[in-house]
Design a protein around this ligand. Structure first.
Ligand code: NAX
Length: 328
């Protein structure tokens, strides 16, 4: 039998944590043949709630769940970690300026990066879900100099899945009829969902849609503002769909993306598509042999160029702000 994989989840007592942990323990994160050990990290006030979730996980009697440990100390939580899901973050509260938000998150993701650097397994893979996800990933990575930079990623898979769903509805096809969707840039309202390279049953998606007004005034804002629409409707932010996207992201990273398709991942830029090197920005990516590779050679039209550049500019501003604060 395979050795258990150590999966650390931060913010384990939160709503995404609640939707995520059961799916990890059931084998959906890594595959049905891989046992997992869960290592949950919470702040001290939320440890008791995490213990309650752990009781429920026990009560599921998942055959693949090889153990659960709960911590309020990142050094312990990340000891031996193979897959780190950084979900817990400091949300923006009323009256908080962007600088305050970045600083508060620096206080979380800096120490977590250090703890990953100190204790992680050689094959560690990190996915940051907690917002601002791209810049939090940059902060964690900056504190983990001994770990290859490309092991730090941020999640735009939820945006990717939202884009698939919106386009499928527009064209009256199934989501699996669509391939090669791309989210570019920041996981924020400036993100750019790009259908110019997407295919619908082998046909170019932008041609199939043939409606620039819909693309500009409906599709892009609907995908980019979907998080706010969920809050408006549900009275709480996306949780199960965010957990689902985290599962998709890690599953594909470990097991590979399907032939003839790609997905969207925020990862450290190598300078591709004019995105400054080192910035953690979303790209079209395939996973081969356990590593992400940016899809190369796509032609970027003027419509896309403008939007990619705007989102990348926002990421540069966030990077400059955390640099100024001494967080990277
Ligand atoms: P919740 O507020 O329900 O849960 C967050 C949990 O994190 C809490 O239990 C809190 O105690 C814990 N936490 C805070 N600081 C911590 C620390 N230093 N160490 C460990 N745990 C800590 O939020 P939830 O709805 O679960 O969302 C979590 C994060 O995901 C938020 O930052 C949210 O903005 C972000 N999201 C990111 C998405 C993405 O696509 N990248 C989409 C969904 C979601 O909005």
């Amino acid at each position: 039998a395979k050795a258990p994989v150590n999966v650390t989840v931060t913010g384990a007592a939160g709503q995404i944590g609640y939707a995520l942990l059961f799916r990890i323990a059931s084998g959906q994160l890594l595959g049905a043949d891989t046992p997992v050990k869960l290592r949950l990290l919470e702040i001290p006030q939320a440890v008791k709630a995490a213990e309650g979730t752990a009781m429920e996980l026990d009560d599921c009697a998942f055959p693949l769940l090889a153990g659960i440990d709960i911590f309020d100390d990142p050094r312990k939580a990340f000891d031996g970690v193979n897959v780190a899901l950084l979900v817990g973050a400091r949300p923006r509260t009323k009256g908080m300026e962007r600088g305050d938000l970045l600083e508060a998150n620096g206080g979380i993701f800096g120490p977590q990066g250090e703890a990953i650097n100190a204790g992680a397994a050689d094959d560690v893979r990190v996915l940051v879900v907690g917002n601002p996800a791209n810049t939090n990933a940059l902060i964690a990575q900056a504190h983990a100099p001994d770990i290859p930079a490309e092991r730090f990623t941020a999640m735009t898979r939820l945006d990717h899945n939202r884009a698939l769903s919106q386009l499928a509805a527009k064209l009256n096809v199934g989501v699996s009829d669509i391939k090669k969707m791309t989210i570019w840039g920041n996981h924020s309202a400036t993100q750019y969902p790009d259908i110019f390279h997407a295919e619908v049953n082998g046909r170019n998606a932008a041609e199939a849609v043939n409606d620039e007004e819909w693309l500009r005034d409906t599709f892009i804002p609907t995908v980019a503002k979907r998080g706010a629409a969920i809050i408006e409707a549900r009275g709480a932010s996306s949780a199960a769909s965010a957990a689902n996207a985290a599962i998709d992201h890690v599953y594909d990273w470990v097991n590979g993306t399907p032939e003839g398709d790609w997905t969207s991942v925020a990862l450290p830029s190598d300078g591709s598509y004019g995105v400054p090197e080192g910035l953690i920005s979303s790209f079209p990516a395939v996973s081969r042999n356990g590593s992400w590779e940016i899809v190369q050679g796509l032609e970027i039209n003027e419509f896309s160029r403008e939007r990619i550049d705007a989102s990348v500019r926002e990421l540069e501003e966030e990077r400059d702000a955390v640099r100024k604060l001494g967080l990277i």
